[in-house]
Design a protein around this ligand. Sequence first.
Ligand SMILES: [Fe+2]
Ligand SMILES: [Fe+2]
Length: 133
Amino acid sequence: MYWTENLATGVDAIDKQHKDIINKMDEVFKSGQTGKSGEEILKVLKYLEGYVKKHFSDEEQLQIKCKYPKYQQHKIAHTQFIKSVDDLFEKFKKEGPVLTLIMDVNKTILDLFVKHITMVDKDFAKFYRENQK
Ligand SMILES: [Fe+2]
Ligand SMILES: [Fe+2]
């Protein structure tokens, strides 16, 4: 379990999605240990990317709603995040869904995601809590 209380932003809707995403990443690690094939795990990872995109767009909607002044910056961070994930997926096209590579990628995405929560989402969540109507 990778979710810890210090990742909580205090906005329930956001925290729920963050937990879902992190738990799903945890699942990827576990399926790597239980001998699932690279192909199968890659499917989960792709699904995860879709979920992350949805989460980003939900977050951006909230930011528009409460007129968050750093909306543009935050949106750029989301775009860059998805770009990094796509770059990692490119590796699979070249090297195939090798299990060790998938685990590496999953770890990189998890680290990026945790970093995004602590450095970027928490700032927005604070603003949202203070400026919500
Ligand atoms: Fe975000
Ligand atoms: Fe987020």
